[in-house]
Ligand binder design. Structure first.
Ligand code: CMC
Length: 429
C-alpha cells in the first residue's frame, strides 16, 4: 500500500500522498492542498519545500554525499573532464568517445563572441564588478541571437544556444578580466582544450607564448567539476523560475549569474578572502572575529562556513582542500592568508557555537584560496564559480522545459493592512 500523510484541519481529515525518490527521500505531495482545504503552506526560504522532482543531482547533506546523475562527485573530480561532466549533467549519461569528440568540437566552433560585444565592455566604468559585466553580457547574447527568444522553437535550436553558452562564457569572463587590467584581449585558440584555452585567455599576452601548467589546469578542471551543479540552490531555482515564464535561456542564465553573485551564495568565495584580509590587517587575532560571528547583534558571519543542506561536511570542500594543498606546494606559495584560514578553521571547528549549529567550512572556504594562488583577482572568483555552474543551470532549465513544469508562482500569507479607503492629500495628517 502506498504511504499517505494525514492532515487534520478542524474536524476534517485529509490524506496526502507521499512521494519517494530513487534514493528513498520522502516528500509529502501538497499539490492539491489548496484545492482540497483552501490552505497554503508557509515555508520562508523554502527550507522544507521540494520545488520539483529532479533526476540531475542527488545530495545527502547529513552524510556528505553528492552525485551527478548517480556518479559520486569524488570519482568525477578525479577521473573526468569538465566538458564530460557538462555533457553528463545536460544529457543524462556519460558520453562515449564519439559523442564527447563531437560535443567538444561543437563547443570549440563557437568560442568567439561577436565583435560588437567588445563595445559593451568599453562602456562599463573602470572597476566595474565582473559579475555585473557577466550577467549583462549573457543577457545581451539573446539580442545577438534573437531566434533564441522564441519559446516554441525546436530542441535542436535550443541545443545551439546551449553550445553557444558553454563556448562563450569563458571567453566573456576572460574579456572582463582583460578589460579590467587594461590589457589587450586574446582571442580563443581553438587548438587548445576548454580549460587550457580559458587559462590562456586569462593569463596569456599577445607578445609571448603561454605555457599551461598542468597542475593549474588540473586544479581548474576539478574546481569547475565540483561547482557544476548543486540541485535546487538559490541560483538554480532562479534559473528555473525565470525560465518557467518562457523567458529565453540566455536571460534565465543571466538571472542565475545575478543570484550567484550574492555573498551568501557564490559570492562567498570573494567574501572569504576579504574577511581573511580584514583579520590580517586587524592583527590576526581570531577571538574577536569568532565572537563577532557568534554575536546575534552583529551581522558579521564567518564567510565560507555553514550550508543550508550540508550538516556534517561538504564533500566538495574535502576534495578542494587536497587540490588546494597540491597547487600551493607546486607553486611554492607560502601565503599568510592561508595560514590564517587554517587557524580560523581550527578555532571554529572546536568552538561550541559552530559545533552546535553544525557549521563547517564549505566549498567557498578553500576555492578562494586556490583562485588567489592561481593569480585570479578576488573580484573574479565568483565568475569562476559561474563558469563551473553553467552546465548545472542549463541542465536544470532543460529539465524544467522537458517536464513541462508550470510557471513558478508561489503563494503568500498576506499580513498587511486590511481594506481601507483612499485619503485625499489635504486630509492626511
Ligand atoms: N557564521 C556564524 N553563524 C552562522 C553562520 C556563519 N557563517 N552560518 C549560519 N550561522 C548560524 C545562524 O546565525 C543560525 O544561528 P541561530 O540558530 O542561533 O539563529 C544558525 O547558524 C543557522 O543558520 P541559518 O542562517 O538559519 O542557516 P541557513 O541554512 O539559512 O544559511 C548559509 C546557510 C550558507 C546562507 C549560512 O550558513 C551562511 O550565511 N554562511 C556564510 C556564507 C557562505 O559561506 N555561503 C556559501 C554557501 S556554500 C556555496 C553555495 O553553494 O552557495
Amino acid at each position: 500500500m502506498s504511504e499517505i500523510a494525514k492532515i487534520q484541519l478542524g474536524d476534517k481529515q485529509y490524506e496526502l500522498p507521499i512521494i519517494t525518490g530513487s534514493e528513498d527521500e520522502k516528500g509529502i505531495d501538497i499539490s492539491k492542498l489548496r484545492a482540497l482545504t483552501n490552505h497554503v503552506t508557509l515555508d520562508i526560504g523554502f527550507k522544507n519545500t521540494g520545488a520539483t522532482k529532479s533526476a540531475i543531482t542527488y545530495l545527502d547533506g547529513e552524510n556528505g554525499i553528492l552525485q551527478y546523475r548517480g556518479y559520486p562527485i569524488e570519482q568525477l573530480a578525479e577521473q573526468s573532464t569538465f566538458l564530460e561532466v557538462a555533457y553528463l549533467l545536460i544529457n543524462g549519461d556519460l558520453p562515449n568517445k564519439k559523442e564527447l569528440d563531437y560535443y567538444t568540437e561543437s563547443i570549440r566552433h563557437h568560442t568567439l563572441v561577436h565583435e560588437d560585444m567588445s563595445r559593451f565592455f568599453q562602456a562599463f566604468p573602470t572597476g566595474a564588478h565582473p559579475m555585473g559585466i557577466l550577467s549583462t553580457m549573457v543577457a545581451s547574447l539573446s539580442t545577438f541571437y534573437p531566434e533564441s527568444q522564441d519559446p516554441n522553437r525546436a530542441m535542436a535550436d535550443v541545443e545551439l544556444t546551449i553550445t553557444r553558452l558553454l563556448a562563450k562564457l569563458p571567453t566573456l569572463a576572460a574579456m572582463a578580466h582583460k578589460y579590467s587590467l587594461g590589457q589587450p584581449l586574446l582571442y580563443p585558440k581553438n587548438s587548445l582544450n576548454y580549460i587550457d584555452n580559458f587559462l590562456r585567455m586569462m593569463f596569456g599576452l599577445p607578445v609571448e607564448e603561454y605555457e599551461v601548467d598542468p597542475v593549474i589546469a588540473d586544479a581548474m578542471n576539478k574546481l569547475l567539476i565540483l561547482h557544476a551543479d548543486h540541485e535546487q540552490n538559490c541560483s538554480a531555482s532562479t534559473v528555473r523560475i525565470v525560465g518557467s515564464s518562457q523567458a529565453n535561456l540566455y536571460s534565465s542564465i543571466s538571472a542565475g549569474v545575478s543570484a550567484l553573485w550574492g555573498p551568501l551564495h557564490g559570492g562567498a568565495n570573494q567574501a572569504v578572502i576579504e574577511m581573511l584580509e580584514s583579520i590580517r590587517k586587524d592583527g590576526g587575532g581570531m577571538k574577536k572575529w569568532i565572537d563577532k560571528a557568534k554575536d546575534k547583534n552583529d551581522s558579521f558571519r564567518l564567510m565560507g562556513f555553514g550550508h543550508r543542506v550540508y550538516k556534517n561536511f561538504d564533500p566538495r570542500a574535502t576534495i578542494i582542500k587536497t587540490a588546494c594543498d597540491n597547487v600551493l606546494e607546486r607553486l611554492g606559495i607560502d601565503d599568510p592568508i592561508l595560514d590564517l584560514a587554517k587557524e580560523l578553521e581550527e578555532v571554529a571547528l572546536k568552538d561550541q557555537y559552530f559545533i552546535d549549529r553544525k557549521l563547517f567550512p564549505n566549498v567557498d572556504f578553500y576555492s578562494g584560496i586556490i583562485y588567489k594562488a592561481l593569480g585570479i583577482p578576488t573580484e573574479m572568483f565568483t565568475v569562476m564559480f559561474a563558469i563551473g555552474r553553467l552546465p548545472g543551470w542549463i541542465a536544470q532549465w532543460k529539465e524544467m522545459v522537458e517536464n513541462n513544469d508550470p510557471i513558478g508562482r508561489p503563494r503568500q500569507i498576506y499580513v498587511g493592512a486590511t481594506r481601507r479607503d483612499y485619503v485625499p492629500m489635504d486630509k492626511r495628517s
